[in-house]
Every structure is written in structure tokens, then in C-alpha cells.
Design a protein around this ligand. Structure first.
Ligand SMILES: [Zn+2]
Length: 320
């Protein structure tokens, strides 16, 4: 792990932790709230590193000291990451009991035992009650960090005992930079994938190269080629790929509409394929583009109402 490969972490949040620690004013419990994908868990882990760092120069992001290294690899005995277990839908009381037990032990390796509760709004009621106890009687030398993108769903008694820090959403350029650093994606492709992350496509920031390969297929075999019914058939075999196709088509024709209004390449989501966008724009009237966009939107709605998605995609293709 080096600075280059570091997940994006909000500077504002880390500055807060750094100041509070230097002043000896760290609270026992924090709630990091902010939208999905803002980097809440990464910020929590970095805070855990900061309070346990062994480097004589003090913590810096990407610190190679043994403690920081262990925390990132999930092997630090004093840092616990609590998440929903695989197929379960909630954080359970056993997990909180486990945390309480570890919090009550002597510090093993680090200076501060840290418990990170990911998506804390997913605790069930018994788990929440157990956590409340921990918050009411904090053990010394412990730090609890909750993260949530739906903090309103955390019971008030818990929320009021945590110091809440807002983790702002990442800008498109910050996200693109992270994709470049972490996945070594080409800059032009990172911009496209980052544009998609703004929507609901988790895939674009977890595996940007795979996402971009699928994007290229949709452009080349659905939008730009003659209708390929076999390809449409493959894509409609699962809802996720059909939905992704519709989002790609929607953003592509949004780009086409922008180009028709005289926008430059930098305004496009599919800027790396600006030539294709311009080529399609040249062959369509403004009314055509509006009709296609309306067609995509109604196909997306149709999916929610369980309409025949394959038929929608064939009809949509025929409009182009
Ligand atoms: Zn360190």
C-alpha cells in the first residue's frame, strides 16, 4: 500500500481527526454520515490508523509502519471492522457483544482499540440496545466509529451519543483520480466511469475496466451497428445487464443532445467516444433524439413494471 494506491479519503474529515487527536480531544464515538461511495469506511480506517500509528514522524496517508499496515490488511488485533454478515440483512447482537468484550480487554498491540461499525443503520433492535450500553459506559482507550448513508434510521439515543461528522460526496474529478490511482485506468476512461458512478452503478467504481468493456460493447453492438438481435437476447437474460444497457444508451443520447446544442467534448460523459457521439448526432434531428430519450425512459419504467424488456429494447433500437 502506498499513497498512490490509497482509496479516496475526505481531507476535511481527516483534518478534524488529526486536530482532535493532537489536542487530546478525541470523542469516544463518532458517526460518519454521507452518501454511498463518499469514502466513509476508508475515512474510518484511516482514523484507526492515525490513532495507532507507530511511525515516529506521525501518521501520513499510506504510512508503511507495521500498525498501519496491519490495519489496512485487516490483521490488527485492536481494530475491529463490523459489517453485516454475508447473506444476513442486519448487524446482530452477537457482533456487538463481541465488540464489547474486546473493548473491555487490555489493549493488545495498539494504543487505542477501535471498533468500526459499517452501515450502522442496519443494526437490529437488540444489537442497537447492546451498542447503546457500550456508548453509555465507554471503556477507556476505545474509539467507536459508526458509518451510515441513512443516519436518520439510527435510533436517536445512539445518534445523540456520537459526534457526527459529515463525509461529503466525491466530485467526479476526485472519483476519476481514484480510479486512475487504484485501477490504473486510462484517464479518458476513468472520466467516463466516474460519470457513471454519480448514478447507481457501483460496478463502475469497483471494476472500472470491466464496466468500460461492457460500455464499449453496448456502443459498438447496440447503438452503432445494425440491430443484432442475438446480442439483445444475451443482454436481457438478466435484469442488471439490461438496466445497465439502458443507462448507457440514456447517457449516450444525452451526449448526442448536448452535441446538437453545440457542447464541447469536455461536457460529454462518453468523451472518449466523442467521434461516435458526433457521428450519431449528425444523422438525427432534435426531435429524433428527444423521441429516443423518451423511449429509453419508458423502457426503464417498463422494467419496474415487469414489461417485456427484450421487446422494449428491440423497439428502442428501431427508433435509432
Ligand atoms: Zn503508521
Amino acid at each position: 500500500m502506498n499513497v498512490q494506491g490509497r482509496r479516496f479519503v475526505s481531507h476535511r474529515v481527516m483534518e478534524y481527526f488529526s486536530r482532535a487527536m493532537a489536542a487530546g480531544r478525541l470523542a469516544h464515538a463518532y458517526l460518519l454520515s454521507g452518501p454511498k461511495g463518499a469514502g466513509k469506511q476508508a475515512a474510518a480506517l484511516e482514523a484507526a490508523q492515525m490513532v495507532n500509528c507507530l511511525s515516529p514522524q506521525g501518521f501520513v496517508p499510506g504510512c508503511p509502519c507495521p500498525s498501519c499496515h496491519k490495519i489496512l490488511s485487516g490483521n490488527h488485533p485492536d481494530v475491529m471492522l463490523i459489517t453485516r454478515d454475508g447473506e444476513r440483512s442486519q448487524i446482530l447482537i452477537e457482533q456487538i457483544r463481541d465488540l464489547r468484550e474486546k473493548f473491555s480487554l487490555r489493549v493488545w498491540e495498539g494504543r487505542v482499540r477501535v471498533g468500526i461499525l459499517v452501515d450502522a443503520d442496519e443494526m437490529n433492535t437488540p444489537a442497537a440496545n447492546a451498542l447503546l450500553k457500550t456508548l453509555e459506559e465507554p471503556c477507556s482507550g476505545t474509539l467507536l466509529i459508526l458509518t451510515s448513508s441513512a443516519p436518520d434510521r439510527i435510533v436517536r439515543t445512539i445518534r445523540s451519543r456520537c459526534h457526527e461528522l459529515l463525509v461529503p460526496p466525491r466530485s467526479k474529478s476526485e472519483l476519476a483520480q481514484e480510479l486512475i490511482n487504484e485501477y490504473h485506468v486510462l484517464s479518458s476512461r476513468a472520466q467516463v466511469a466516474a460519470g457513471f458512478c454519480k448514478g447507481a452503478h457501483a460496478g463502475a467504481d469497483k471494476a472500472p475496466e470491466e464496466f468500460m468493456a461492457r460500455r464499449d460493447l453496448v456502443l459498438d453492438r447496440y447503438i452503432l451497428s445494425r440491430p443484432e438481435y442475438d446480442f439483445i437476447k444475451t443482454l436481457t437474460e438478466n435484469r442488471e445487464s439490461a438496466r445497465e444497457l439502458l443507462d448507457i444508451v440514456l447517457t449516450f443520447f444525452r451526449d448526442v443532445a448536448l452535441v446538437r446544442e453545440g457542447a464541447g467534448d469536455e461536457a460529454l460523459i462518453h468523451a472518449d467516444r466523442a467521434d461516435a457521439v458526433r457521428q450519431v448526432a449528425a444523422g438525427l434531428t432534435g426531435a429524433d433524439v428527444q423521441r429516443i430519450i423518451a423511449g429509453v425512459v419508458s423502457a426503464i419504467k417498463g422494467m419496474q413494471e415487469n414489461m417485456n424488456i427484450r421487446l422494449s429494447l428491440i423497439l428502442l433500437r428501431e427508433m435509432m
